[in-house]
Design a protein around this ligand. Structure first.
Ligand SMILES: [Zn+2]
Length: 191
């Protein structure tokens, strides 16, 4: 069985996630892009309050003990928080073709059945976009390199659901990176 990488297990608001990522150093391993996933099961309806630390511990037991993997995805994004699972500076396990080169971002929901634009699904989308904008700014991960899990030729898994459109996600991440830049540039000197 592969040695288990360990987890971070903390949930961050988008602002706290940005501050956290600025403390990281991608020295030994540098991801080139992000692969988007949705959890499918659990769906949003099955997690009315989003994830908890107990859910992270449950995922750890599942990937480590049931699957026997060395790690899992890097992020679990819900409608409230961005949860860091596998450390962002270490390779994860989430998409067979791309584990060595990409970060894996799971989004809570079943986006074949649940809305990805309105209500809680829209908030999951906003939090994922915020996380990807931070990774673009802090780790230089170009939004245009984003892939969907279902684009991996080694997977037959229809993930994420059809409501997750790559071009729209890339555009949203780029827009947020630009808006954050403009906000910093507009700040008065010394503020
Ligand atoms: Zn997936």
């Amino acid at each position: 069985m592969a040695a288990w990488t360990g987890i971070v297990g903390n949930g961050y608001t988008p602002e706290a996630f940005d501050a956290y990522c600025r403390t990281l150093r991608w020295a030994a391993w540098k991801p080139g892009f992000v692969v988007l996933h949705n959890t499918g099961a659990p769906s949003l309806a099955q997690r009315p309050l989003g994830f908890t630390r107990q859910h992270m511990a449950g995922f750890e037991a599942f990937y480590r003990d049931t699957r026997g993997w060395s790690a899992g995805p890097h992020l679990f994004v819900d409608d409230r928080l961005i949860w860091v699972f596998t450390p962002l500076t270490r390779p994860g396990v989430h998409s067979p073709s791309w584990n060595r080169v990409a970060l894996g971002c799971e989004m809570l929901g079943d986006y074949d059945r649940e809305s990805f634009t309105e209500g809680r699904g829209g908030q999951v989308r906003a939090n994922a976009v915020a996380a990807l904008a931070t990774l673009a700014a802090v780790a230089g991960i170009e939004p245009g390199g984003m892939r969907l899990h279902r684009e991996d030729p080694l997977t037959t898994h229809a993930c994420p659901g059809r409501a997750v459109e790559k071009a729209a996600m890339v555009r949203s991440v780029r827009d947020l990176v630009a808006a954050r830049h403009a906000a910093v540039a507009a700040r008065p000197v010394g503020a």
